[in-house]
Design a protein around this ligand. Structure first.
Ligand SMILES: O=C(O)CCC(=O)C(=O)O
Length: 410
């Protein structure tokens, strides 16, 4: 295990993400070195590197064309699959989504071209704060982090108002088309998810103002890293919003957390990777938990991922759907989405801690966490069922804590 005392880490001059424009430039310059700055050493515990490869093949696949089917039986089956995927994984690959492969390829290659522009050319887009529509930067939130991440980003708020970099040529037009298409896919998935909760298909979209909702386009670049076993591209986190749709170049790196294990995602050809996000967890009252995920890096190749995060209207307060409250107790309080989004973006990315601001039972959960830690003396132990049964907490909320705690401990 390498620590900050490791000479391979320490012989690199200390670098803070606040002082650089991009980690790509650092990686380009240091390509022949075998070190990383100690400030990027985030995988300090070897257990954090363990991955359960046998689970990769079990990641659910959703055939989007069946969800759109006029045949009620096929549609119902697709809704059932969606429910299972959301409940058990919070993650699925969507096939037959109808977005042209050429558009996907163009968006990925133009995203890479954007990151390849010189620092001077990108200077006008430098991140000036969460409310700025176009933000370009490195790591996640450099000012609030102790440890940084091997990643450069471009983040653009693309809905309800369109804004986009005017370079490289063609990026604006292709991204506009792609964002429109992904919003359509996200809307249909949300309708299916609504149905799967025994709600009207339009219920969640209407209650949360999806049609005037917030969409963010994120183009991530992860340059080759000389010590991929020490650095992360992105730390474990969940996303704001309802559904995040991800495409990538041919280089893997996304890992999702499933029952306390890290699982490598290997996308089916032409699929879109979808993860459920925090406001879906809130609207479903904890039934569909937002999935913890992270990005790992590699030694040889540059990875590009493009994410669109599709969420509610910024001005809407998001709370558990009222129809569900007729039969359940609320596990989240309402919060204006704008407030949540700003909280998540301004702070250090730290698992699902942002959701603690809206849980209705933070105190009981902290007590429960104490019990769980005590009952799991060996890594990987299932938490004691007795402990869970003795508490009156919503099982989804319990699962969330367990999942977060186990993946953090690993
Ligand atoms: O690049 C990836 O695989 C993950 C990206 C991600 O989680 C994000 O942009 O929020």
């Amino acid at each position: 295990m390498a620590s900050s005392a490791d000479p391979v880490v320490n012989n690199f001059p200390s670098i803070r993400a606040t002082d650089i424009c991009s980690i790509k430039a650092v990686a380009d310059e240091s390509a022949k070195l075998s070190a990383i700055p100690a400030t990027y050493n985030s995988l300090t515990d070897p257990r954090q590197r363990q991955v359960s490869d046998e689970l990769t093949a079990q990641i659910p696949v959703i055939d989007f064309s069946l969800l759109l089917s006029d045949d009620p039986q096929l549609h119902a089956k697709a809704v059932q699959h969606l429910a299972k995927a959301c409940e058990e994984w919070g993650f699925f690959m969507v096939i037959n989504h109808g977005i042209p492969v050429s558009l996907i390829d163009d968006v990925i290659s133009l995203s890479q071209k954007f990151h390849n522009l010189s620092d001077e050319d990108k200077a006008e887009f430098t991140d000036k704060g969460v409310s700025t529509p176009i933000r370009c930067g490195t790591s996640f939130s450099p000012k609030s982090e102790d440890v940084h991440y091997w990643r450069d980003y471009l983040k653009v708020i693309t809905h309800p108002h369109w804004a986009f970099p005017h370079k490289p040529q063609g990026f604006n037009d292709e991204a506009k088309e792609y964002c429109r298409e992904t919003r359509k896919v996200a809307r249909k998935l949300l309708e299916g998810i609504s149905e799967s909760l025994d709600l009207e298909p339009e219920a969640i979209a209407k209650a949360t103002g999806f049609d005037t909702g917030h969409q963010v386009f994120i183009a991530n670049l992860y340059p080759p890293c000389p010590r991929p076993e020490l650095a992360l591209g992105m730390p474990p986190h969940s996303d704001h919003g309802f559904l995040a749709l991800l495409i990538q170049n041919d280089i893997g790196g996304l890992q999702i957390s499933h029952k306390g294990n890290w699982v490598n995602v290997e996308p089916l050809p032409n699929s879109i990777l979808v993860n459920t996000a925090d406001q879906l967890e809130v609207a479903s009252n904890g039934k569909y938990r937002s999935v913890l995920h992270r990005a790992v890096v590699n030694k040889k190749e540059t990875r590009i991922s493009v994410v669109t995060v599709n969420g509610p209207d910024l001005e809407k307060e998001v709370r558990p759907m009222p129809e569900l409250m007729e039969r359940e107790e609320a596990v989240f309080r309402g919060m204006k989405f704008k407030e949540y989004y700003e909280l998540q973006q301004k702070n250090r990315l730290d698992g699902k801690t942002c959701m603690d601001h809206i849980r209705t039972k933070p105190r009981e959960q902290r007590v429960l966490l104490g019990h769980l830690k005590a009952s799991c003396s060996v890594y990987g132990n299932e938490p004691s069922l007795t402990v869970i049964e003795k508490t009156n907490l919503n099982p989804a909320a319990v699962g969330d804590i367990v999942g977060t705690w186990i993946s953090e401990s690993w």
